[in-house]
Design a protein around this ligand. Structure first.
Ligand code: AMP
Length: 386
């Protein structure tokens, strides 16, 4: 059985990754560059991460025999999504170190627990209420002034499992359609903009912070991220860092997390969500920073020193969803590749579906307004219909 300390895991060792999505893929690329082996658990070899890893274990996260065997083949384990059962991490911990541990994972997969924990340590969030029946929903809607967002407590992301509730009369039908025993009702935040910060904590307790990122969502899915943004003040930057540090320390995280915020019109930051892993809004760090969010994850989970997260250039990231890549045009790609300041990232997903994240473009350049305009124009040109 392996020791449960946080030893230095040097290059040449093998890292276990729970989940085979694009975040696992970009982690595996960073890990391989530094000489590590990577094995994926929970997805097949042709998954985005499996394609660039040494081995995939396509078993369920509740297959404890398979988990035990997997643990014998890796030196440390991390994860790329928050819907990994806590019991999976606890099982693996009997055999191999897992970073981050289960504390933040547990909170980040349950919206009520997440917001309650944050409030308890003095971190502001949107007002919320626990709802367990249509009657409670009616009552809370009334308390929130007749307009709020109902969300499932688990398995919600990119706007999934959410409904806007605008009247008491709609409550019965919406509650029935949710078909859950509990949910969270959140006050609608009239935000000026949304931002996020990616932060890391290392074995010696050191933390580092990437520059905060301004985020635009379309249909609740992240569309464009910009950093630095003139809309994010210095005060907000230092407040975002303080909040991220408080969360990293409270949940004893060794690894990377992302905190997403609403910035209100009077400049206040409210936490919307925490991801216990690198985040879509941090993808621009690959091309804009000296050391990316995935390299920080590698360094943190392997007990290595912190990396330099300073920005080398302003950058804009534009997601490529299925909608952008229907009927792809070769001439559109040619125009993208003709620009020396655009970096293309595709995740190796063969099925093109509306809303599915298939890749992203990062446009670097001093003028983020021009970079965003160029990125949007070139992205629109990728669809053959244009
Ligand atoms: P979520 O899945 O909770 O991160 O929500 C996805 C997106 O929906 C957020 O990034 C916001 O654009 C929007 N949203 C979620 N909750 C709220 C809220 N309480 N008030 C206003 N907008 C929200």
């Amino acid at each position: 059985m392996k020791l449960l300390r946080n030893p230095v895991v040097p290059p040449g060792s093998t890292i276990g990754m729970l989940g085979g999505g694009q975040l696992g893929r970009m982690f595996a690329i960073a890990a391989r560059q530094c000489g590590y082996g990577v094995q994926i658990f929970g997805d097949p070899q042709d998954s985005p991460a499996g394609q660039v890893s040494d081995r995939s274990w396509p078993w369920s996260f509740t297959d404890y025999d398979a988990l035990r065997q997997f643990a014998q083949h890796v030196d440390v384990v991390t994860y790329e999504q928050e819907n990994i059962p806590v019991a999976t991490v606890e099982t693996l911990l009997q055999y191999v170190p897992v970073f981050p541990g289960p504390e933040l994972l547990r909170a980040s997969q349950h919206r009520l627990l997440e917001k309650t924990s944050l409030r308890r340590i003095g971190i502001p969030t949107a007002d919320f209420a626990k709802v367990t029946s249509a009657a409670e929903l009616r009552q809370s809607i009334d308390d929130f002034g007749g307009d709020a967002i109902l969300k499932t407590v688990t398995l919600g992301y990119d706007g999934k499992g959410q409904a806007r509730v605008r009247s008491e009369s709609a409550c019965d039908a919406i509650w029935k359609s949710f078909n859950v025993s509990e949910a969270i009702l959140e006050k609608v935040v009239d935000f000026a903009h949304e931002l996020s910060i990616v932060a890391s904590r290392f074995a010696d307790g050191t933390c580092n912070f990437f520059a905060p990122v301004l985020n635009h969502h379309e249909n609740h899915i992240l569309d464009v991220s910009i950093s630095p943004s003139p809309l994010i003040s210095e005060r907000q930057t230092s407040e975002a860092q303080q909040i991220a540090r408080a969360i990293l320390e409270h949940f004893n995280v060794i690894g990377v997390l992302c905190v997403e915020f609403f910035a209100t019109h009077d400049g206040q930051l409210l936490v919307n969500e925490i991801a216990p892993r690198p985040h879509n809004s941090g993808h621009l760090t690959i091309n804009a920073c000296r050391s990316s969010q995935f390299e920080q994850q590698l360094r943190a989970v392997c007990g290595l020193a912190t990396g330099d997260v300073s920005m080398q250039t302003p950058a804009v990231m534009l997601n490529l969803l299925g909608d952008h890549l229907q009927n792809q045009s070769a001439s559109g790609w040619q125009k993208v590749f003709a620009h020396q300041n655009i970096h293309v990232h595709l995740y190796g997903k063969s099925e093109i579906r509306s809303g599915r994240k298939l890749g992203h473009l990062t446009v670097i350049g001093e003028d983020v307004v021009a970079a965003e305009r160029l990125g949007r124009e070139l992205r629109a040109g990728l669809t053959g219909a244009m």
